[in-house]
Design a protein around this ligand. Structure first.
Ligand code: ATP
Ligand code: MG
Length: 557
């Protein structure tokens, strides 16, 4: 299922087309665009398109426009327009002065529609939406012609102008291209070019009573912007003949060529704005930036660095057939990046009290701790040690099996960066649960080495109780249970994992973590990579655990 790793010098069918076009002089300057509809926030699938469009423009000395295809005011919001820009910038791409909106071209698109009417290539249709669907036919049966198809040009022009003037109620009339109701390509069966909508548009307000359809606006917007290579996902291949039909009939300044590549599909999640919108609207998640969401802002809040996301995208094939990529491959890129870049800290998520019986009353010692085991240049920090500590509940067992190398009655472990301790007694509550360990430390083992060569098998992390910072921690599991969430019932929401969040309160963190920021994940030693929640509050979110199943599987293969 995983796609092959791409070579480090990027090469794929799109880059090879562009290289040829530049060599032959067909293209002078490469112009691409990323064209989101502002009806939701971006997901990781969009990141693939962003990296491709901005990537090739950069590699070939061209430019990439950010263009909002804002043709459907009913579903679009300024918040999405702003959020999409923030997300693209966060990914590290810059459109400079090349920010555009299809709505900037509404007047031009309107004039071109009149041009089509005058040439007999478009007509006003009075079929209702339902009838239009009926008349459209099916894949096996041709469609039927709308009665409006034979309307004289003058009447079409008059009606279209009155549609613009707001004389008709919503849905009463449409403007359609006159192409071929028997075409094997459904997109060519007289597609709608304009619809009447009495909606307020985020940018044009109530200036327009008619709006171009996506298919009419999209190709023409590319042409107006002089886009040379219009890159989109495979589902638009069937729309290409329509775009070409329109361009051939319009006095457009340029003729972009469209190339389709496979969209990104990921296991254990859904990359569809429609489904993501439902997750938010129905309250299954805590907003578009919920850290379980496959949105850019969700991944960002979860602590996934932009560089790790781009590394993952860079490993994907730009191919012409659909495939599904394993989530584990994304996880691998995240782990690999964080392993190298995240500083190490100590944090106890489920605390168990340890009292060092022979530690001098009131003494506090500052111990030096490495920030990164593989990168000495990241330096060290001083961690306070005292006679009252927290350790992880899981690092103690009352009756441990042989292979358990952590603490148990009478057993000795190393406290990371500190001392060897031996557990001498266990204090229990009324239910028999261990609530405190009484331990002895060996003063000769400072720094974690024994001068007599005595070995301990386990090293555990700890936090000094008097110095600890308290925090909550969110541990996350995938939002969906199965690999392909829509497979069983067709509705991915039937596959929601009801136990995808575990919230831990009262975690005990070493003092340096008071300074942790929302854009620099850290490794809680032995517990995973965590980042401070960018929504504020005392919370940390686990970006990802430490175990890399994907790397292991790759090594075996
Ligand atoms: P969705 O399919 O999630 O509803 P969309 O395609 O309607 O999204 P747009 O805002 O129209 O969302 O997408 C902008 C661009 O991103 C388009 O060019 C589209 O082809 C591309 N894109 C969307 N989803 C993916 C994906 N999963 N992988 C790669 N590119 C994608
Ligand atoms: Mg779309």
């Amino acid at each position: 299922m995983a796609e092959a790793e791409a070579p480090s010098v990027k090469d794929d069918f799109i880059r090879s087309v562009i290289r040829d076009d530049l060599a032959s002089g067909r293209t002078q300057t490469v112009v691409t665009r990323f064209p989101p509809e502002p009806n939701g926030y971006l997901h990781i699938g969009h990141a693939k398109s962003i990296c491709l469009n901005f990537g090739v423009a950069g590699e070939f000395g061209g430019r990439c426009n950010l263009r909002f295809d804002d043709t459907n005011p009913a579903k679009e919001e300024q918040a999405f327009i702003d959020g999409i820009q923030e997300d693209v910038r966060w990914l590290g791409f810059d459109w400079g002065r090349n920010l555009h909106y299809a709505s900037d071209y509404f007047e031009q698109l309107y004039l071109w529609a009149e041009h089509l009417i005058l040439a007999g290539d478009a007509y006003v249709c009075d079929l209702s939406a339902d009838d239009m669907r009926l008349y459209r036919g099916t894949l096996t049966e041709p469609g039927r012609e709308s009665p409006g198809r034979v309307r004289p040009v003058g009447e079409n022009l008059d009606l279209f102008r009155r549609m613009r003037a707001g004389e008709f109620p919503e849905g009463a009339l449409t403007l359609r291209a006159r192409i071929d109701m028997a075409s094997g390509n459904m997109n060519l069966r007289d597609p709608a070019l304009y619809r009447i909508k009495h909606a307020v548009h985020p940018r044009t307000g109530d200036a327009w009573k008619i709006y171009p359809t996506y298919d009419y606006a999209h190709g023409q917007s590319d042409a107006i912007e002089g886009v040379t290579h219009s890159l989109c996902t495979l589902e638009f291949a069937d729309h290409r003949p329509l775009y070409e039909w329109l361009l051939a009939r319009l006095p457009a300044p340029a003729a972009p060529r469209q190339y389709e590549f496979a969209r990104l599909n990921l296991t254990h999640t859904v990359l569809s704005k429609r489904v993501l919108t439902r997750l938010v609207a129905e309250g299954h998640v805590d907003g578009w930036d919920d850290p379980r969401m496959p949105t850019i802002r969700g991944l960002r809040r979860r602590g996934v660095p932009a560089a790790a996301l781009k590394d993952f995208i860079g490993r994907l094939a730009i191919a012409r057939s659909d495939s599904t990529v394993e989530m584990a491959m994304l996880d691998h890129s995240v782990r690999e990046y964080l392993n190298e870049h995240a500083e190490r800290r100590m944090a106890v998520l489920r605390p168990l009290k340890v009292t060092i019986r022979n530690w001098p009353e009131g003494k506090v010692e500052m111990l030096e701790a490495q920030n990164h085991p593989g990168r000495p240049e990241l330096g060290t920090r001083m961690v306070p040690f005292s006679g009252a500590l927290w350790i992880e509940q899981d690092d103690f067992m009352e009756d441990p099996p042989k292979k358990f190398f952590r603490l148990g009655p009478g057993r000795e472990v190393r406290l990371r960066f500190a001392y060897f301790i031996t557990c001498e007694a266990v204090v229990k509550d009324a239910s028999g649960k261990a609530v405190e360990l009484i331990c002895a430390y060996d003063p000769l083992t400072r720094g974690g080495d024994s001068p007599d060569g005595r070995k301990v098998k386990g090293t555990i992390h700890w936090v000094s109780a008097a110095h600890a910072v308290q925090a909550d921690a969110l541990l996350l599991e995938p939002l969906f249970l199965s690999e392909s969430p829509a497979a069983a019932t067709g509705d991915p929401l039937d596959d929601l994992n009801s136990a995808s969040v575990e919230q831990l309160a009262g975690c005990q963190l070493e003092p340096a973590l008071a300074d942790a920021t929302a854009d620099a994940p850290v490794q809680f030693e032995r517990m995973g990579y965590f980042v401070r929640d960018n929504r504020g509050g005392p919370g940390f979110i686990r970006t990802i655990g430490l175990r890399d199943g994907w790397a292991k599987a790759q090594a075996k293969a």
